[in-house]
Design a protein around this ligand. Structure first.
Ligand SMILES: [Ca+2]
Length: 385
């Protein structure tokens, strides 16, 4: 019943009759394939195959030659290929610590695998984004340079995820600086990079250029690097490889975990609400900003977890019925959960019927297949059941 209602919604909200028909067919196909499951049950049964065992993996990125590069929190990067997980190709363990929520927190390649980026907190806790040239699939240590730094007033809420968008620019997620409750009001303050999603062009200047179409470049009271704001700890975010839509998992303070969404054609400038809002709820007497973009999905902590781990919209081949669904989890729960999002609204919730343990991160392989990282060390691939 619920899926039939969705199909109706799709028809009403899509401007193109052709797209509406495709959605309808898709919905009906899913209904047929899972007719024995409840509307909120698993939409695609999956299995988790452990493909590697790392040491406290925090991030992964598809690399050149069908490799998956894995960042380990203490400061090493190792490459997973057909022969397994290799010895470290980068070791900055003497430049970072794992105090609080610190460490090597994010890695990314540019779209042509010409440069590799590492996002970590340094010995003072300062967020640091460093760049290395890549030649023949290898990092060139003598090309290392620092692209961006941001001091962090506390050891938690560093954000730290980095990835290139479909526009070819580097996006950097930074938390609100830490402590609790955003004591410095960074989330709503456009004069700091903390509590923001940034968008920069690392190849356009030294140390980087700010794209001319960033939303606040003409605002003297705002940092030009800011793409979106009002974030608390956007620990993991991603772009849908199929549509270019942006999805952010923003960890809540004490009550509400949230997923934020923006369409591929967004001009940026979204205010995701923190710390006036926690999810859709005013935070500590806060007033909802007029331009608040509420989460596309939120959940409380009464059973589904305590710290959202943002994932990816699945675009692989192994689980055709999962294509187009956003897969995410929670560090404290571990269930792989799914959202089907149409026109910025969740039309279906489900899960994959598997648990990844303390899920700290996801990675998308070059072939679109999905990997799950848990802090205990497992690197899982999501396979058909
Ligand atoms: Ca929010």
């Amino acid at each position: 019943m619920r899926r039939l209602q969705e199909a109706t919604v799709n028809v009403r909200t899509r401007s193109s009759a052709i797209i509406a028909t495709l959605c309808l067919v898709t919905s009906l196909a899913l209904t047929s394939a899972s007719a024995d499951e409840s509307a909120t049950g698993p939409r695609a049964a999956a299995a988790l195959t452990q493909v590697a065992k790392a040491t406290s993996p925090t991030a992964g990125a598809a690399g050149p030659g069908d490799t998956l590069w894995i960042a380990e929190r203490a400061g090493t990067v190792r490459v997973l290929d057909g022969s397994g997980l290799g010895t470290p190709v980068l070791d900055i363990s003497d430049e970072t610590t794992t105090d609080g929520e610190r460490g090597l927190l994010g890695i990314a390649f540019d779209p042509t695998f010409a440069h590799f980026y590492a996002s970590f907190t340094d010995l003072q806790g300062t967020t640091t984004i460093d760049e290395f040239a890549v030649e023949d699939g290898r990092l060139q240590p003598d090309t290392r340079r620092t692209v961006l730094t941001q001091e962090q007033p506390y050891a938690n809420h560093n954000g730290g995820d980095i990835t290139f968008g479909p526009d070819g620019y580097l996006y950097i997620a930074l938390g609100d600086g830490g402590s609790g409750g955003d004591p410095h009001g960074n989330g709503q303050n456009l004069d700091t990079l903390l509590g923001k999603l940034l968008r920069i062009d690392p190849g356009g200047g030294e140390p980087y250029a700010i794209p001319a179409d960033n939303p606040f470049v003409d605002d003297a009271n705002a940092k030009g690097e800011i793409w979106a704001y009002g974030l608390r700890n956007p620990w993991r975010f991603s772009f849908d490889a199929g549509t270019g839509d942006l999805l952010i998992g923003d960890v809540g303070q004490s009550d509400w975990e949230e997923i934020d969404w923006a369409p591929a054609d967004s001009a940026g400038g979204e205010n995701y609400g923190w710390s006036s809002m926690e999810g859709t709820h005013p935070f500590r007497g806060g007033t909802e900003p007029a331009n608040h973009v509420p989460p596309v999905h939120e959940y409380d902590r009464t059973g589904l977890g305590c710290s959202v781990t943002g994932g990816f919209v699945y675009r692989g081949d192994a689980l055709p019925e999962l294509r187009g669904s956003y897969v995410f989890s929670d560090y404290c729960d571990g269930t792989l959960r799914t959202l089907r999002i149409e026109d910025g609204r969740v039309t279906e919730e489900g899960d994959l019927g598997v648990n990844g343990g303390e899920v700290i991160s996801f990675a998308e392989g070059g072939d679109g297949e999905l990997y799950v990282l848990n802090i205990a060390g497992s690197v899982f691939r999501v396979d058909p059941a």
